[in-house]
Design a protein around this ligand. Structure first.
Ligand code: ARG
Length: 463
């Protein structure tokens, strides 16, 4: 006789129940209850297949189906009593099913194991998150495209080393992020296509002797096909790592943009005005309007990268096939997913609501000798100087302007001629920032015409 406290699912060979500490370290129900809907969907597909293939009777399958729907509604309405003693979501659901329908519940676990079950549930969960990420990215890209279109010809300084480099357009800067988030979108789609193979029916590790139809369950759950190797199916967590990689790279992009918004919204820059809806005040300094959402987005990358690293470390060195280590996969992914979706939504809100301070952007665009390259290019194009010489002459003119405390367009023609005698009045035409950006018509360049072209290209691609 086994001890009454031994586990009802696997207690057959046990004389005593687990120590409380054993139960605490072993249980995953505290977090894997988030996969309840996926677990029940997987079980329903499995039961229908078992009936179809004659492994269980139609009446048992019907009882299981009805019972699982009851369990699902209990969980959804918050009436379900989760039990730590039952370890995880799989055993919690099955035990409750047994209470509701009795003996047929025990037939559900034919031809499967918790190993293929958890892999299936988790894949379904991650797949939903990839779909949510796709939706979130499309919304963010849409908001950026609106900014880009509105400000296709608004001038602003472009930076390298965070030093003024050359004038660019607001639209061009927004489109740089469209490219980044567009790559994130394509990564998400790649990951989804790659992961969409169904582990269910791989059973514990070797497959099963029951005449199951894995193609049927795969199809019912929206997978493209069943996974082709049972050992791999139960021990693969690449799909979760792919997800975390997508999340990490996207979070890195989000943090770069967030950093720019923090800088741009400061009193020193005043490039953007963030909306009240996405800012906070200070409890002591009445004048403050803080870019908290941007700062938190900037920080989220830490935990998302952390989740990625943590799961890599969990998986490294694990022998085939399933090991309990793999139960440590979920909390990291859940946390990363929640925070990625939140960061995407917050960034989309900020981008939709923010307004560019066109005057401040234009004033900054002309400061810091930003058209020095245009001047050097003019010396090459009009006077025929080698670029290296033109660079040197321009450098001297910048030094002269710096000494006089003025910008390049404020130098007189005499000033110009004192450095290079052949310079003519015409040079002043290229020193304006509008001219500078309008001239950068090379493909992918900052000219407003190029920005409008790319906005159209993206709109078409996303349709
Ligand atoms: N709770 C487990 C997990 O999340 C389910 C699989 C348990 N399998 C086993 N052989 N003990 O990984």
């Amino acid at each position: 006789m086994t001890d009454k406290s031994a586990n009802q699912m696997w207690g057959g060979r046990f004389a005593a129940g687990p120590d409380a500490i054993m139960e605490a370290i072993n249980a995953s129900i505290g977090f894997d209850k988030r996969m309840a809907a996926q677990d029940i969907a997987g079980s329903r597909a499995h039961a229908a297949m078992l009936a179809e293939t004659g492994v269980i009777s139609d009446s048992d399958a019907e009882a299981i189906r009805e019972g699982l729907l009851t369990v699902l509604s209990e969980i959804e309405s918050g009436d379900f009593a989760f039990s730590t003693a039952l370890e995880d979501i799989h055993m919690n659901v099955e035990a409750r099913l047994k209470e509701i329908i009795g003996e047929p519940a025990g037939r559900l676990h034919t031809g499967r194991s918790r190993n293929d079950q958890v892999a299936t549930d988790f894949k379904l969960w991650v797949r939903d998150q990839l779909d949510a990420a796709e939706t979130g990215l499309l919304a963010l890209i849409g908001a950026l495209l609106e900014q880009a279109e509105a400000g296709a010809d608004w001038v602003m300084p472009g930076f390298t080393h965070l030093q003024t480099a050359q004038p660019v357009t607001w639209g061009h800067h927004m489109l740089a992020y469209v490219e980044m988030f567009g790559r994130d979108l394509s990564r998400v789609r790649d990951a989804r296509a790659r992961m969409n193979e169904c582990p269910l029916g791989a059973a514990a590790l070797a497959g099963t002797s029951f005449p199951i139809d894995r193609h049927m369950t795969a199809k019912a759950l929206g997978f493209d096909r069943p996974s082709a190797n049972s050992l791999d199916a139960v021990s693969d967590r690449d799909f979760a790592l792919d997800f975390l990689n997508c999340a990490s790279i996207c979070a890195m992009h989000l943090s770069r943009f967030a950093e720019e918004l923090v800088i741009w919204s400061s009193a020193q820059f005043r490039f953007v005005i963030l909306s009240d809806r996405f800012s906070t005040g200070s409890s002591i300094m009445p004048q403050k309007k803080n870019p908290d959402a941007a700062e938190l987005i900037r920080a989220k990358v830490g935990r998302i990268f952390g989740a990625n690293t943590a799961l890599m470390m969990v998986m490294k060195g694990l022998p085939l096939a399933y090991s309990k280590d793999m139960q440590e996969d979920k909390e990291q992914v859940f946390d990363a997913a929640d925070n990625w979706m939140l960061a995407l939504a917050a960034m989309t809100g900020m981008v939709s609501d923010m307004s560019a301070n066109r005057e401040a952007l234009a004033a900054a665009a002309g400061a810091g000798f930003s058209t020095a390259t245009d001047l050097a290019d003019w010396l090459v194009r009009v006077l025929g100087l080698p670029f290296r010489d033109a660079h040197h002459v321009t450098g001297s003119l910048v030094a002269l302007a710096e000494k006089k405390g003025c910008d390049l367009p404020d130098l007189t023609l005499e000033d110009m001629k004192s450095v290079h005698a052949d310079i003519t009045e015409d040079v002043f035409a290229v020193l304006g920032v509008e001219n500078s950006v309008n001239s950068r018509v090379s493909y992918g360049g900052t000219a407003p015409s190029g920005v409008r072209l790319q906005v159209e290209r993206w709109k078409k691609a996303l349709k």
